[in-house]
Design a protein around this ligand. Structure first.
Ligand SMILES: Cc1cc2nc3c(=O)[nH]c(=O)nc-3n(C[C@H](O)[C@H](O)[C@H](O)COP(=O)(O)OP(=O)(O)OC[C@H]3O[C@@H](n4cnc5c(N)ncnc54)[C@H](O)[C@@H]3O)c2cc1C
Length: 398
């Protein structure tokens, strides 16, 4: 067995790499264990929220190539006249290929001297001083003073600790594919259809990524046909990647700290990608976990994680409830159009409350847009009455 690291990171996705980088920047020795080598691709909508970009800057990650995104546009499939749009706060977001993001994080981690081990591991045991993992293939063992579990949605480390809880909602899945097509918008375009949504993200001057989220699995082309306007735009466009899927999404967890093990990113629990914040949140929770370790307060991570994530979780949950009810799609988009400041406040909440410095942000005053939404609270209540009444009256579709 190799020497004990201050921080042993399991999983080399964005969250694991961010934890490794943050660890090295805090002067800790870091070993990262990941079964795959090189630059990894993955099913992802590839919209990086403003505070994800800020978190990357804090980590010293440079060299991302992507397309600036000014905001989000909502549409309803088959109703081209129904749309609403709002801007991201500050500098906006970035549409960036997952491979570009991964390559940039990897380069930074390598430059900082993170020790990489190619292995798939299982949790072996922990005591008062360290945590040990063993190679799933029966090879060697690796040890750290602390373990950061960044092993994704279906975290084996989380399961081994008995931290899984059963899901509360019917399962949802996702698939994404790229097409050679000049982007027709500088926004992430979200289209609602019964039982599915489409997310189009410009990722290069001649390429868009299309992520479809859905309840009943079906081939990509079958799902795409539910979005006639989008299917028309992509008609004849050359696919530049194969369809990659993921899900089911909802992963509920009992706790995010167990002794010397801290869960980050998707491994720390997940609801749904529909707000496009997974990567930003992974970067933020990783930085937070390392900060708790560096301060010698791993147990503080639980409350700090909750403070960082609760507002966005509430928003994701509300949006998911609407997405599952096709009769509300039009009402949602009309409300967003009638109240652009409320729509922008929602984007600001997602972006503003969840930065790598989110443990401070969570206690700070709400973002400007949200304050405005509160000031105009009466109007907001009025405009969303239709949505609320329908939500309480109708059962979810599935
Ligand atoms: C369809 C779809 C669209 C999305 N759209 C967006 C979006 O627009 N914007 C956004 O920010 N997010 C989006 N997300 C979410 C985002 O992709 C995730 O939140 C993000 O990938 C989480 O990163 P992670 O590092 O936590 O996990 P992962 O990227 O899943 O990385 C986990 C890593 O752990 C490794 N691993 C697993 N088991 C072991 C083991 N036993 N030993 C060692 N290593 C192990 C895996 O090989 C993997 O590399 C989307 C997701 C989907 C599915």
């Amino acid at each position: 067995m190799s020497a004990i690291a201050d921080v042993l990171v399991v999983g080399g996705g964005p969250s694991g790499l961010a934890a490794a980088i943050a660890g090295r920047m805090a002067g800790l020795s870091v070993t990262l264990v990941e079964p795959h080598v090189g630059v990894l691709d993955k099913a992802c909508g590839e919209g990086l929220l403003p505070h994800g970009l800020e978190a990357l800057a804090d980590l010293g990650v440079t060299g991302l190539s992507g397309v600036p995104l000014v905001g989000v546009r909502y549409r309803v499939a088959g109703r081209p006249e129904t749309w609403a749009e709002a801007d991201f706060p500050g500098q906006g977001a970035l549409g960036v290929r997952r491979t570009s993001l991964h390559a940039a994080l990897l380069a930074r981690a390598e430059a900082l001297g993170v020790r990489f081990v190619r292995d798939r591991v299982v949790l072996s045991r922990q005591d008062d001083a360290s945590v040990r993992v063993a190679s799933a293939g029966g090879g060697g063992a690796h040890r750290g003073r602390y373990l950061v579990a960044a092993d994704g949605l279906r975290s084996g480390i989380r399961s081994a600790l008995g931290l899984d809880l059963p899901p509360r909602r019917p399962p949802r899945f996702g698939v994404r594919r790229h097409f050679r097509r000049v982007p027709w918008t500088g926004r992430v375009e979200v289209t609602f259809a019964p039982g599915a949504e489409a997310y189009v993200t410009p990722v290069a001057h001649d390429m868009v990524g299309v992520a479809l989220l859905f309840e009943e699995p079906a081939p990509f082309e079958v799902l795409l046909a539910r979005f006639p306007e989008l299917a028309d735009r992509l008609d004849g466009a050359e696919p530049t990647s194969r369809a990659r899927g993921a899900g089911p999404f909802e992963q509920r967890v009992r706790a995010r700290v167990a002794g010397r093990v801290l869960l980050v990113g998707d491994a720390a629990g997940y609801l749904d990608p529909l707000t496009g914040e997974g990567v930003a949140l992974g970067l933020a929770t990783s930085a937070l976990a390392v900060d708790c370790i560096a301060r010698g307060e791993p147990e503080a991570y639980e409350a700090r994680h909750r403070a960082l994530t609760r507002r966005g979780e509430a928003l994701t949950s509300a949006l998911l409830a609407v997405a599952r009810r096709p009769l509300l799609h039009g009402a949602l988009v009309r409300s967003a159009r009638a109240l652009p400041w409320a729509f922008e406040a929602a984007l600001a909440t997602l972006s503003g409350a969840r930065s790598a410095r989110g443990h401070r942000d969570a206690e700070a005053p709400p973002p400007e847009g949200l304050a405005l939404a509160r000031a105009k609270g009466g109007v907001l209540v009025e405009a969303t009455r239709e949505l609320r009444a329908a939500l309480s009256a109708r059962p979810a579709r599935s």
